[in-house]
Design a protein around this ligand. Structure first.
Ligand code: SF4
Length: 445
């Protein structure tokens, strides 16, 4: 059966889609380009208004592909959980809707749908515990870099966030399954593992945990023979434990890169968001991280225009961005999400003011990002090669793409032989807007 998966949103969704593709391929299905497929799976994101609207326009386009080849569509992820069976009424070609907790049952459900043309299935119930999936890979190489989910859902209910309503309450995965999946990936060729969760720092703190803390889990994974690099995302500042900070010093294969969402630099905004930390606490964490690992690469998320955000609040956000000098940041205008607390807050900030603040913030951040990349010039960084670069090179050079330990993209010229998966020292020669260029020593021919 020919299928095609379209994925929106976060790394959790990327990991879910990668698992589904593997599970279906192992059942003899074939993942093909959109125009050749008969079954379409759309894995959706509803963290903001815009991604949700993208889903509806895509379903309109896919509907045309379904006509004339008896095709059908499956909608999964956060918008599916939010909108549910309403999809059937609006898009008759949709025959399966599944939430994040329903993913493990999708392969069986698709085979039922193939066997019974009129059938429709919805997998929208939240589970009480982490829904383990068959993560065995079968023969064949594993990807160089792999995502490993360690938990599902979130208990924090930040005032602007829809995730607890679409991914459910926090459920930690059993540490033995996580460790087994990581070991099998490394044996099958994976060099870099990224642990995924909405708030990985609170791993094991829900009823489902088996007593292992995130710091202990990290230690066990860093000790797996053959694992070259370990990363994790996303962290919540209120739960970043001293043991996790110390792990950056103890384990050389734990990459010096951390995504630590700030959201706002104003304590009154942080309070109304329900973030449960102050800007002082955040700055203290940053200082301790940099003392522990001076080459730490820090990225963050920031929301501008949260209801009630004043000019003074926003200037505190700018002030904190300057103090921390993040290596990169993702910043967004606040938008109401259905059912979240902030949607009913008064003092909504006008769109044009949100746009003005976002522009100001992003221009400030560009300065620090450029500086972060410029500081790499002249240094030699060990890069994990991901494959050929898409950047145009000169006819006589071969360009490769990789990432240095801090996670920044390095395009470099190197030998023609396949370097994919190798860890190679690259001398950085030039900084670009979002990446750097370099070259490898002659010894690599
Ligand atoms: S920590 Fe807050 S922002 Fe992050 S997923 Fe949970 S509720 Fe959403």
């Amino acid at each position: 059966m020919k299928f095609h998966i379209v994925t929106f949103g976060c790394q959790m969704n990327d990991a879910d889609s990668a698992w589904l593709e593997l599970a279906l391929t192992r059942r003899g299905w074939e993942h093909v380009p959109e125009e050749q497929a008969r079954v379409f799976v759309v894995n959706t994101c509803s963290v903001r208004e815009k991604p949700e609207h993208k889903v509806y326009s895509l379903l309109g386009r896919l509907k045309r592909y379904c006509e004339g080849r008896d095709g059908f569509i499956c909608v999964g992820g956060c918008v599916a959980q939010q909108v549910g069976q309403e999809f059937w009424r609006r898009f008759p070609r949709v025959r399966l809707v599944f939430g994040p907790d329903g993913l493990a049952s999708v392969p069986d459900s698709l085979e039922k749908l193939m066997a019974r043309p009129g059938l429709r299935i919805s997998l929208l119930d939240f589970a009480d515990s982490y829904q383990e999936r068959d993560f065995s890979r079968g023969p064949g190489k594993a990807p160089i870099q792999a995502y490993v989910s360690i938990m599902q859902g979130c208990d924090n209910f930040c005032a602007y966030c829809i995730v607890p309503y679409t991914r459910g309450r926090q459920k930690s995965r059993s540490s033995s399954n996580i460790l087994q999946e990581c070991s099998e990936l490394v044996q099958a060729g994976t060099r870099e593992i990224t642990l995924l969760g909405q708030n990985v720092n609170s791993y094991g703190l829900d009823g489902e945990g088996d007593g292992l803390s995130f710091a202990r889990l990290l230690e066990e994974i860093c000790k797996i023979p053959g694992v070259k690099r370990v990363r994790f995302t996303t962290s919540h500042p209120k739960d970043l434990a001293p043991e996790v900070i110390a792990a950056f010093e103890r384990f050389p294969n734990l990459c010096p890169a951390l995504h630590l969402p700030l959201q706002s630099g104003s304590n009154s905004v942080l309070k109304r968001m329900g973030r449960r930390y102050t800007k002082e606490k955040y700055l203290d964490l940053v200082n301790r991280l940099r003392q522990t690992r001076p080459d730490m690469v820090l990225s963050t998320d920031i929301i501008v225009g949260f209801p009630g955000e004043t000019e003074a609040d926003f200037s505190q956000t700018l002030d904190l961005v300057r103090k921390v000098a993040f290596d990169s940041s993702f910043s967004f205008k606040y938008s109401d999400r259905p059912g979240v607390r902030a949607a009913s807050f008064a003092d909504k900030v006008p769109e044009e003011i949100k746009g003005f603040r976002l522009d100001l913030l992003q221009r400030e951040q560009d300065v620090f990002t450029e500086r972060s990349l410029q500081n790499l010039v002249g240094s030699t960084r060990e890069c994990l090669v991901e494959g050929r670069s898409l950047k145009p090179g000169t006819p006589d050079e071969t360009l490769w793409k990789g990432r240095e330990p801090g996670g920044r993209i390095v395009n470099f010229s190197g030998p023609a032989r396949d370097l994919t998966g190798e860890l190679i020292p690259v001398t950085i020669t030039q900084a670009k807007k979002h990446s750097v260029f370099g070259e490898v020593g002659k010894s690599y021919d």
